[in-house]
Ligand binder design. Structure first.
Ligand code: ADP
Length: 763
């Protein structure tokens, strides 16, 4: 059978996702393979499809028992013979599994790394045909990763002991160069195909919030998402207990999970969450590795995690089924202090690593600072993540809190020069608190101890409070005018671009968030604005059917003793509701319905659908059918739905002018985008329509492919493309308050006409 047929038959998918096919092909060529993809990108398919095509057995080494159990349940459901062997089984069960394995009953066997040393397993492996050894969560082999597991080192000698060297494939979501090199080197991959891909999870909305009360935020958010399943991550056990208690008081069924609880309770709580008995899980980072629950709709971080790797892995547990989901990080300055404390007091369990304690701490601090910058940046959050993981990105994704926030720009060149002067005078020997305190002219014990009053810069920015000064410093770090040392002292020094500001007069413009109308009217959380469900494509009848199919799924899940999402994902059920399949052929067209699942459940679902619709194909969805079934287009369809919903939520309509108003537009030789927005707003019916902003116009301009904002050598810059030039955009020089020059886009009369036409609605 061909790979494509296997994908459809067993997994129910018609197409491979980005990167999957390359990895599958490389394994089938017999080449060692390393796949680096984020959680939820679909790593399992990359080795499971070839495993079914190779002549012998595939041994998958996986660190977590829960992960194996879930994977094997899914495979068995799909009709693939697979088993796991780990300490959760009794001696007798292990014996039985080994017996079957020797008889060649399984195509795929999951084992914990510790198992590779046992006599029974070695004996089996040496006498069986092992075509491939797959190392899942392969970063566990790297001493530089955060999850180093000494037992992973045993894989190498296990492979060496086999009669014939199998293909080795390794998969991880951790992409740092060091970890990647370690995996290749320690596992001894020979001329491997390495693929880093798919870090962009388009269905995830990213947001950083700084609420006055995190507890209030959580309660409000959950209140608005009653039917949704989600995870709340906290930095400490104490916070887990506290948040869980708050939720319970608000009558939210929440489970909790942290390392201080006994195994039995933890497992029970985990199952409550996985089987949808309790929709919310409050946990430390001890929870989640290997949790495959596909319908997690939100992941909220109550505290900032210690690194972007941790964050993306944890946040990535949202929306594995491809449905829109939210990843919200609740930030407060305190989080940095908590994490620094945790890093400094980190217990290093492994002997070998004790000698390198200092290096490990420096790496941890570096990662923490990068994490902190994610929380402070005003640029696109998705862009920040993708750049961090080494992928190219656009400047704006329009699907994160930063892209959706409106900013106003202010020239802060003078302040920036003052700060540079201060850092220079201090010779970069102090951290941000001392620098800000000095500039503000504060007098507290620490500052007196350092005699900061002797600096010329002392009190030079008296009219600003310290938080404002820190905000400017952080922006300057982001722009490369300043830098912080990557150790626990985090000293502020001059950055690589400092000279541009002091000598080349580049100017420094800062962005400030402006509360948008929706933010003002919404609750603090802004919850629910950014996400539509896959089921939003369904109309009233479609939704009724969806609920019915969900009930049937729960019934089957109970009968089979598996979590509901293992039977069919929500996404698959929605597609069934839209397709209304009455026979095998139609049912098999639904993504997620493979042959085995069809044989097991197909008839029950068809019967349910048939009786609901009385055998009549009715239209159960909004919009065009064609867009529903193109995998990636669902989200674009949803985005357009989302825009429509937002319009409804506000009393004013989105900005437009009528043709009479358009005629009154005061054309000029050139406008800046913000001026253009003001001029358009002025001629509109302000009572009826929302205000137009410069950001709105620029979004349109980007969408038209006229211009964009990109990073060049780490700095943001506006660029005009050929089409933009034709449309009448020109680059011009602006002069800042400090009389420094910088570039910006001007809209000539031709461009003004096009923009006016765009906003003019036919009467
Ligand atoms: P990872 O191991 O990378 O975290 P999984 O292997 O658990 O991700 O896959 C995440 C989800 O994506 C699963 O629900 C899986 O069934 C689905 N998936 C994988 N490959 C495809 C594909 N080609 N088309 C559609 N869905 C897919």
């Amino acid at each position: 059978m061909q790979k494509q047929e296997i994908l459809k038959k067993y997994f129910g998918y018609t197409n491979f996702r980005e990167g999957q096919e390359i990895l599958v092909d490389s394994i089938l060529r017999g080449q060692d393979t390393l796949g680096i993809m984020p959680t939820g990108a679909g790593k399992s398919v990359c080795y499971q499809v070839p495993a079914l095509m190779l002549s012998g057995i595939t041994v998958v080494i996986s660190p977590l028992i829960s992960l194996m159990k879930d994977q094997v349940s899914s495979l068995n459901q799909a009709g693939i013979h697979a088993a796991y062997i780990n300490s959760s089984l009794t001696e007798n069960q292990i014996k039985k599994a080994m017996e079957y394995a020797i008889k060649g009953q399984y195509k795929i066997i999951y084992v914990a790394p510790e198992r590779l040393e046992t006599y029974e397993f070695i004996n089996f492996a040496q006498n069986a045909e092992i075509s491939m050894v797959t190392v899942d969560e392969a970063h566990c082999i790297s001493q530089w990763g955060q999850d180093f597991r000494p037992s992973y080192l045993k894989i190498v000698s296990f492979v060496k002991g086999l009669r014939k060297r199998p293909i080795i494939s390794a998969f991880t979501a951790t992409a740092t160069e060091q970890v990647k090199e370690d995996i290749i080197c320690v596992l001894g991959l020979s001329n491997p195909q390495v693929l880093v891909s798919g870090f962009d999870r388009k269905n995830l909305y990213f947001s950083v919030e700084k609420p006055k009360s995190k507890d209030r935020f959580i309660v409000d958010y959950i209140e608005k998402h009653k039917d949704d399943s989600g995870i709340i991550y906290c930095a400490t056990r104490k916070n887990v207990e506290k948040v869980c208690e708050i939720l319970e008081k608000s009558n939210v069924p929440a489970a909790k999970y942290h390392a201080g609880m006994d195994n039995h309770t933890r497992n029970e709580n985990q199952e409550d969450f996985i089987y949808d008995r309790k929709p919310v899980m409050v946990a430390t980072n001890a929870f989640g590795m290997g949790i495959d629950k596909s319908n997690v709709r939100f992941v909220i971080h109550y505290n900032m995690p210690q690194s972007m790797e941790n964050y993306y892995q944890e946040a990535g547990r949202a929306g594995r089924d491809g449905e829109d989901s939210e990843c919200i990080l609740l930030y407060s300055g305190q989080d940095l202090i908590i994490n620094r404390f945790l890093i400094e007091n980190k217990e290093i369990k492994n002997e070998d690593m004790r000698d390198n304690y200092k290096i490990i701490q420096t790496h941890d601090e570096m990662r923490l600072q990068q994490m902190n910058r994610y929380c402070l940046t005003k640029d696109c959050l998705r862009g920040y993540i993708l750049q961090y993981f080494g992928e190219h990105s656009k400047i704006r994704c329009e699907n994160c809190s930063n892209c959706q926030r409106e900013y106003k720009e202010e020239d802060k060149t003078e302040e920036a020069l003052q700060i540079i002067e201060c850092v220079r005078e201090m010779r970069g020997r102090y951290g941000i608190n001392v620098v800000a305190g000095t500039l503000n002219g504060a007098s507290r014990a620490k500052l007196r101890e350092y005699h900061v009053e002797k600096f010329n810069a002392y009190g030079a920015m008296k009219s600003y409070n310290e938080d404002e000064i820190k905000q400017i410093i952080n922006e300057m770090i982001e722009a490369g005018y300043l830098m912080v040392t990557q150790d626990k002292y985090a000293l502020v020094k001059l950055g690589v671009h400092a000279q541009d500001l002091t000598e080349k007069n580049t100017g420094f413009v800062m962005k400030y968030a402006v509360a948008s109308e929706t933010e003002k009217t919404d609750t603090e959380s802004g919850a629910g604005k950014h996400r539509t469900r896959k089921s939003d494509v369904l109309n009233g009848r479609g939704l009724e059917l969806f609920e019915q199919l969900r009930r049937l799924r729960t019934e089957i899940a109970k009968e089979e003793g598996v979590p509901p999402y293992i039977v069919f994902s929500d996404k698959t059920l929605v597609e069934m509701c839209a397709e209304i399949p009455f026979n095998r052929e139609e049912m098999m067209r639904v993504a997620g319905v493979g042959e085995n699942k069809f044989n097991k459940y197909g008839k029950r679902f068809i019967d349910e659908i048939f009786s609901f619709t009385n055998g009549i194909k009715e239209k159960t969805y909004f919009g065009e059918r064609a867009v529903l079934f193109a995998d990636n287009e669902i989200s674009s369809y949803q985005s357009s739905m989302k825009r429509k919903t937002r319009r409804k939520s506000s009393e004013k309509s989105p900005f437009f002018i009528n043709s009479q108003q358009a005629e009154a537009f005061p054309y000029k030789e050139r406008y800046l985008v913000t001026e253009l927005a003001v001029a358009l707003t002025e001629i509109s019916d302000k009572e009826a329509v929302k205000k137009l902003t410069g950001a709105d116009i620029f979004r349109y301009v980007i969408g038209e492919g006229w211009a964009d904002e990109i990073y060049i050598e780490g700095r943001r810059k506006k660029v005009i493309y050929e089409m933009g030039k034709t449309a009448g955009l020109v680059m011009g020089i602006r002069i800042s308050k400090k009389e420094t020059e910088y570039e910006d886009i001007y809209y000539t009369e031709h461009a003004q006409k096009l923009i006016v036409a765009h906003y003019t609605r036919a009467d």
